[in-house]
Design a protein around this ligand. Structure first.
Ligand SMILES: C[S@@+](CC[C@H](N)C(=O)[O-])C[C@H]1O[C@@H](n2cnc3c(N)ncnc32)[C@H](O)[C@@H]1O
Length: 222
């Protein structure tokens, strides 16, 4: 266990130089993580339709997935205006701005009607949420019947040795001093598997599967 009690990281990233830095790092290092998410989306049988990405940051995941799945359209939201600005620039850079739309929005009030979404994604954002249950219920509200979801986050009960190893790698790759403690703080902010399971049970999300992966947990519809 990294920390006994959760210490959520509730403030969105507002600093423009940090969001630019985060975007550069994500472009450089996210190719493999995007492939992993993409393979799960394909395994769930989603290759077309309308998807929502919650807490999109610089938008690297929806852009990478939209490029691989040309029949998918995305709305991607983030609480941080600076992140949305960076994500929009990334969309223009990749020529995907017609299919991947970015807008400021909250995980607690998803800007979409009930039962309108084929796929909900939420990657490494849940540890920012003081009330993850409210987000889960919102995700359930906007999903069409039979709609799918892939939610990935860190877990506070990750094996300590693995967490220390990943943190060491993070500190080697991340040259920006203000971001050096980022992974460890995010681990401390994350749910444990058991906490997440309890929330899922009391949420409106149905047919979920929760499983650990190194220092992460993955939640998928099944
Ligand atoms: C660690 S970043 C993950 C970004 C992206 N999903 C990725 O994996 O590259 C978490 C993002 O969640 C956003 N965020 C935090 N609280 C949020 C909320 N209540 N609603 C929407 N986005 C939020 C932050 O601004 C930040 O951009």
């Amino acid at each position: 266990m990294i920390a006994d009690k959760r210490i959520p990281e509730c403030s969105p990233l507002e600093d423009e130089s940090l969001t630019e830095y985060y975007s550069r790092m994500a472009k450089r290092h996210m190719r493999f993580p995007i492939k992993r998410v993409l393979s799960r989306i394909k395994a769930l049988g989603v290759e077309q339709g309308f998807a929502l990405d919650v807490g999109t940051g610089p938008g690297i995941f929806p852009l990478g997935i939209a490029r691989a799945l040309p029949q998918m359209e995305f709305l991607a939201i983030d609480l941080s205006p600076a992140m949305i600005q960076t994500a929009q620039a990334n969309a223009r850079e990749t020529g995907l701005e017609d299919r991947v739309h970015f807008q400021i929005g909250s995980a607690y009030a998803l800007p979409l009607p009930d039962k309108s979404v084929d796929l909900v994604l939420c990657i490494h954002t849940m540890h920012h949420l003081e009330d993850p249950l409210a987000f889960m219920n919102e995700a359930a509200r906007v999903l069409k019947q039979g709609g799918k979801y892939v939610i990935v986050d860190l877990r506070r009960d990750a094996p300590k040795l693995q967490a220390i190893l990943f943190n060491l790698l993070w500190r080697i790759f991340i040259r920006e001093a203000r971001a050096r403690d980022g992974l460890w703080n995010s681990l401390k902010a994350a749910l444990t598997l058991e906490e997440c399971k309890r929330l899922l049970r009391s949420s409106a999300l149905s047919r979920w599967r929760l499983y650990p992966q190194a220092i992460e947990m993955w939640i998928e519809s099944c």
